[in-house]
Every structure is written in structure tokens, then in C-alpha cells.
Design a protein around this ligand. Structure first.
Ligand code: UD1
Length: 428
């Protein structure tokens, strides 16, 4: 199993190109199921989760081909899809188990074929993460759902889903995406209230509309979808990854360095940018991205609470906690989205961080001037990046075990960081 070795203490300087967003690409891949006609998706990041979704689509009978796309210093992947020959509506346990987002094939399969059998994703390190809200909404659209042997067996009554009024009792990103995709081919109008407003939802709606769907309101809490008979060919470029951009912004801050973060859209990161600015870090928007300058910053502790977009993202909570561990004064971090998202805390404490967890949902961090290197273990994707950040700022050497989590969501993280002066090396 690969490990990461980091010797901390070097302020980072240089340019980092942000990749296409994993969390946007995954639903876009699932959406290709909705049409018989060829589809093209560009600016796809080269990540383990993308490979997992590709394997799942191939298992259903979708033909995929990828090629590298190079523009100046920036490389990404272009994928061609042909879903005309889908010959299975079963998403098996071995594939769904690898990645929760696999459940996003449920809505598209049901909408196009009137049936689907998808393994229940089960829990994960950050919580139980059920899919009950996806299933309740599909039932409102006329699906008959039966849970048996660890599988969701779903069927439509007369071959087609029906438009419905869906009010999500809790904001769900995946639920909103699954229902939005399912509703594109349903009969009549679907209205989703209390919809998730993430930029990835807007990106999915933009692509679906290019395919001929009729979606309005994506990016607000009310999305209206008028079902159509079929969807057509489209080409789409994935938006840039706001979580990756935020992670590198914090890398500049925690090492008291300065980075140009390129291919990034600061308007999707307002909550993070506001917190960083309040802590004393300079952020300046430039063409194609933004500059984060912490060279002369005295970073002050601050309080954050994770919330659905446009609030502070739960996917940046662990990284921000690493920064707070090196700030002046105390900070309070409240996690309101997932019930078990402090797995990074004991590992940060092994590096000398002073953190007290209260209940499941809040942590008080008393900042220290320097953390120190240690041997630590990555527990989930964003916890892994918080350990990388802490190690970059720490005194001495850190070894991070189980870094396969990182490869799920950060493309070439060690190359991007070492090009900016970090002493980081993957040990095979
Ligand atoms: C997506 C993101 C993930 C991010 C999360 C919250 C992708 C591939 N993943 O995950 O990185 O951390 O949004 O921003 O885009 N819930 C239920 N029942 C459901 C669905 C969700 O109780 O049927 C709960 C979850 O357990 C969680 C909360 O609702 O506590 C939010 O989950 P959701 O927004 O659905 O997250 P994901 O789509 O899984």
C-alpha cells in the first residue's frame, strides 16, 4: 500500500492548476445512461472514483473511450460514451461498494428502462449515509421499490416515471441529482423543493439541458423539470473542482506561502474565501483563478459551521481544521452534515494539535505555532488531505499511511505540491 512522506516547513510558492470536479463528473457520467446517442465529456480528472464509475457503466453495457487532452501546462481527460447497447440494469455490490456515488445510476436506469437493480451502498467512514430520501422521492414518481438481499429493486408501473412534487426533508446533493436525472424522461412536471444548490447540481442541469432536457431553477432551492420523450447527443466540459481549489488555498495559508490557483472559480468558494480572509489571509481574484498570499499573515483562529451550499462545505472542514491547529487563538468547528466526520482529529493530535471534541458535532481547536511530523493514517478522502496540509506545515518528517483515499479525489497531488516547493514523495 502506498504511503506519503512529507518533510514540512517550506512555504509553498508557484502555480497550481485545479482539475475538473470529481463530484460534478460522477453525476455527469451517470447521466450518459439517459440517451441512446453518443455523448462527450471533457475536463475529466484522472481519479480512482472516475475509474470506478467507468467500470460500473461498462458493466451495464455502456461503451467508453478516454483520451488525454492537453492545453498548455494543463492535462485532463476527454471521454466518449455510447449507451445505445445497455444490456443490464444491475449495479452489483462489488462495484457500488467501492464508491457511494454509484447509486446515481439508479434514477437514469429507472427513467430510461423502467427498472433497475442497484446494490445499497452501505455506510462509510464518515457516517451511515442512507439513500432513503432518493428512494422516497422515486416512489412519489410512481416507482415500486423493494429492498431485498442488499439490493434496491425498482420498477415503474407502466414503463415510465410520473412527474411529482418532491419536498426533500433534508438537503441532499445526490438525492437532488438522482431525481433531477430521473425526472428528465418522466411524464409531466416534477418540482423539487428544498433542492441542493451546489455548483455541481447546476453543472448537471446545464449538461442535461444541452441533451434536450427542460430544467429550470438549478442552483436555487426549487428546481422544475418538464419531462421529455428522449434525450440527445451533447458535449460538456466539467466545472473546476472547488474542493481541490480550497485545499490548495489552505496549503498556501498553512505554509505561510503564496500560490496562484488557476482554472478555479472563486465565486463557487465564497464561504471558504470569506473565512480565509477573516483569518488574515489575502485573496485576490485574477483571470482564470485567484491568488492566496499568506507570506506576511498573522493567522487568527475562527469559528466555522458546515452547511449545504452556499454555506461552508463539509468537504473542506478537515483541511480548515488543520489550518486552525496552527492559528493564533482558539477556533470552534461545528459539523452539521455528517455525524462522524472528525476521524482526522486523533491523527492531527498525533502531530501535536490541541483539539477537544464535544459530542459528535463540535471541536475546539487551540492553535499552536508549529505542529510536528509523525506517522499517521488517512481514514477518508478529505481527512487525508488535512493530514497532508498539517504535514506541510509541521516540523520534521510525516509518513501518511493508507493514502489510497487521496487517489479517489486529488489528481497528482504530490506532483502539484512538489512543483511549488513541497518536500513530498510517494513511497510505493
Ligand atoms: C455529496 C458529495 C460529498 C459531500 C456531500 C455533502 C458527491 C459525489 N459527494 O455526497 O462529497 O460531502 O454531498 O456536501 O457529490 N442523507 C440521508 N438520506 C439520503 C441522502 C442523504 O439521510 O437519502 C443524509 C446524509 O447521510 C448526510 C446528508 O443527508 O448526512 C447530506 O448527504 P448528501 O448531500 O446526500 O451527500 P452525498 O450526495 O452522498
Amino acid at each position: 500500500m502506498d504511503k506519503m512522506k512529507i518533510v514540512g516547513g517550506t512555504p509553498l510558492h508557484g502555480k497550481i492548476y485545479v482539475s475538473g470536479a470529481k463530484n460534478a463528473a460522477l453525476p455527469l457520467f451517470a447521466a450518459t445512461i439517459l440517451s441512446k446517442e453518443p455523448q462527450v465529456i471533457t475536463n475529466v480528472p484522472n481519479l480512482a472514483d472516475i475509474k470506478s464509475m467507468s467500470s460500473l457503466l461498462e458493466c451495464l453495457g455502456v461503451k467508453l473511450a478516454s483520451e488525454q487532452y492537453v492545453k498548455g501546462d494543463y492535462k485532463s481527460l476527454k471521454y466518449n460514451f455510447d449507451a445505445s447497447g445497455i444490456n443490464s440494469v444491475v449495479a452489483p455490490y462489488e462495484l457500488v461498494n467501492k464508491m457511494r456515488a454509484s447509486v446515481l445510476v439508479l434514477g437514469p436506469l429507472l427513467a430510461r428502462f423502467g427498472e433497475a437493480k442497484v446494490s445499497l451502498p452501505g455506510g462509510c467512514a464518515i457516517g451511515t449515509r442512507p439513500v432513503d430520501l432518493h428512494l422516497d422521492a422515486l416512489e412519489k414518481m410512481g416507482a415500486v421499490i423493494d429492498l431485498d438481499g442488499g439490493y434496491i429493486n425498482a420498477k415503474t408501473k407502466n414503463g415510465r416515471l410520473q412527474g411529482a412534487n418532491i419536498i426533500f426533508p433534508k438537503v441532499t446533493v445526490g438525492g437532488t441529482e438522482n431525481i433531477m436525472m430521473a425526472a428528465t424522461l418522466a411524464e409531466g412536471r416534477t418540482v423539487i423543493a428544498n433542492a441542493a444548490q451546489e455548483p455541481e447540481i447546476q453543472d448537471l442541469a446545464y449538461y442535461l439541458n444541452k441533451m434536450g432536457a427542460k430544467i429550470e431553477g438549478a442552483g436555487t432551492s426549487k428546481i422544475i423539470i418538464d419531462g421529455v420523450e428522449e434525450l440527445h447527443s451533447a458535449e460538456h466540459s466539467v466545472i473546476s473542482d472547488r474542493i481541490e481549489a480550497a485545499t490548495y488555498a489552505i496549503a498556501a495559508a498553512i505554509t505561510r506561502g503564496k500560490l496562484d490557483i488557476l482554472n478555479a472559480t472563486i465565486s463557487t468558494l465564497e464561504a471558504v474565501a470569506t473565512v480565509l480572509t477573516d483569518c488574515g489571509i489575502m485573496i485576490e481574484e485574477i483571470d482564470n483563478g485567484f491568488i492566496v498570499d499568506a507570506e506576511d499573515s498573522i493567522i487568527m483562529g475562527t469559528d466555522i459551521m458546515t452547511e449545504p451550499y452556499p454555506g461552508f462545505p463539509t468537504d473542506v472542514q478537515a483541511q480548515m481544521m488543520a489550518l486552525m491547529a496552527t492559528a493564533n487563538g482558539a477556533s470552534l468547528v461545528t459539523e452539521s452534515i455528517f455525524e462522524n466526520r472528525f476521524m482526522h482529529v486523533p491523527e492531527l493530535m498525533r502531530m501535536g494539535a490541541d483539539i477537544n471534541i464535544h459530542g459528535n458535532a463540535s471541536a475546539i481547536i487551540r492553535g499552536k505555532n508549529r505542529l510536528s511530523g509523525a506517522e499517521v493514517m488517512a481514514t477518508d478522502l478529505r481527512a487525508s488531505s488535512s493530514l497532508i496540509l498539517a504535514a506541510l506545515a509541521g516540523r520534521g518528517e510525516t509518513i501518511i499511511n493508507r493514502i489510497y483515499h487521496l487517489d479517489r479525489g486529488y489528481e497528482k497531488i504530490e506532483e502539484k505540491l512538489s512543483a511549488c516547493g513541497a518536500n513530498i514523495e510517494r513511497i510505493k
